[in-house]
Write a protein that binds this ligand. Structure first.
Ligand SMILES: [Zn+2]
Length: 75
């Protein structure tokens, strides 16, 4: 993985902070919630609700984690 654990990264209006190789804390500027997200799950209500009806649904927190894991930051 191209990103470092325990370093904050900005992905659009989210801050992604990996706590280990799989999971990250994703902080939203709007609501200031710290959500634990991985490539397959997230704590947010959107994911909890939508994933019940849409298998494989990825909320923007999951998308941010995926982007960080699969693309190195532009710096
Ligand atoms: Zn989410």
């Amino acid at each position: 993985m191209a990103v470092k654990v325990k370093e904050p990264y900005f992905v659009d209006d989210l801050v992604v902070y990996f706590i280990n190789e799989e999971e990250a804390l994703v902080t939203d500027y709007d609501c200031r919630w710290e959500l634990k997200a991985s490539e397959t799950s997230c704590e947010c209500c959107t994911f909890m609700f939508r994933s019940r009806f849409t298998p494989g649904f990825a909320c923007r927190h999951i998308e941010a984690v995926k982007r960080m894991k699969h693309h190195s930051p532009a710096e």
